[in-house]
Design a protein around this ligand. Structure first.
Ligand SMILES: Nc1ncnc2c1ncn2[C@@H]1O[C@H](COP(=O)(O)OP(=O)(O)OP(=O)(O)O)[C@@H](O)[C@H]1O
Length: 263
């Protein structure tokens, strides 16, 4: 069990949030060589909703997050975020869209030579042009939220994996993104550190209006936070619905097989 306690998170009003549809994928196909990883995929996510992508390894879930982060380009189809198309788009537009999206990865990807505080303040200062004082105030609030107030002067190597991942969550939120992408954020953690990270994310889901798109193998977590669950198989959404529907009354044989293997 983690010994750190996190404070209930109350988000201050920031930039006005969009309402309605925030993310849209239309007929998106992604291939690596002759391997079609996403196959003519359509789905959308409304602002403020929490959508979880589940499905077997290799079904294309992470590829979707990487497309939204513009780390990859689709071969076909259209991706829009907050009404702005991502590919093709002028460089400036892509940068603006990217600022609306935060991502937390399986590996924490913190800057090893910076303190915890600096890891969180760096991008708000250099990318958003926030003053150092404002960025530090925000970072301290976020560190309280993730239960790491006592660790702000440490370097990542002095923290447990669970603590590092909570810094990574705070770092993503420091940019005040509209969308938080979570890619198997507990998969690299020792089992006893998983609950602390998931509790922080549950709290964020409950107490902020941030839109979440989450790839996870933690089915209880998916059940708790999701407004909608999308079941993937071979680059397609084969079933979508509320967590109650997907976990209690799955319609598709592949969904039933997958859930009986992981639950
Ligand atoms: N850069 C790449 N080059 C070639 N193939 C890739 C690349 N990235 C992903 N793939 C392949 O695309 C397929 C889908 O990968 P992806 O990571 O999206 O799946 P996933 O559903 O997230 O799986 P997992 O749950 O194991 O992370 C896999 O077969 C993977 O090997």
């Amino acid at each position: 069990m983690s010994t750190d306690t996190h404070a209930p998170f109350e988000e201050k009003p920031g930039t006005p949030r969009s309402t309605g549809e925030l993310i849209r994928l239309e007929r998106v196909t992604k291939r690596f060589g002759d391997h079609t990883v996403l196959d003519n995929l359509d789905f959308s996510v409304d602002a403020g909703k929490h959508v979880t992508l589940i499905g077997p390894s290799g079904s294309g879930k992470t590829t979707i997050l990487r497309l939204l982060m513009t780390l990859l380009k689709p071969d076909e189809g259209v991706i829009t975020v907050d009404g702005q198309q991502l590919f093709p788009a002028p460089e400036k537009q892509v940068r603006e869209v990217r600022k609306k999206i935060g991502m937390v990865f399986q590996q924490f990807n913190l800057f090893p030579n910076m303190t915890v505080l600096r890891n969180i303040t760096e991008a708000p200062v250099t990318v958003l042009g926030m003053s150092k004082d404002e960025a530090e105030e925000r970072a301290r609030e976020l560190l309280e939220m993730v239960g790491l107030t006592d660790h702000l002067d440490k370097h990542p190597a002095q923290l447990s994996g669970g603590q590092q991942q909570r810094v990574a969550i705070a770092r993503a939120l420091a940019m005040r993104p509209q969308v938080l992408l979570l890619d198997e954020v507990t998969s690299a953690l020792d089992p006893e550190l998983v609950a602390g990270v998931l509790d922080v994310l549950r709290d964020i889901a409950r107490s902020t209006d941030i839109t979440m798109l989450c790839v996870t193998h933690e089915m209880n977590f998916a059940r708790d936070i999701s407004d909608q669950v999308l079941m993937f198989d071979s680059g397609r959404v084969i079933e979508a619905g509320s967590p109650e529907k997907i976990f209690n009354e799955p319609e598709h044989d592949r969904t039933r097989e997958f859930l009986s293997a992981v639950l």
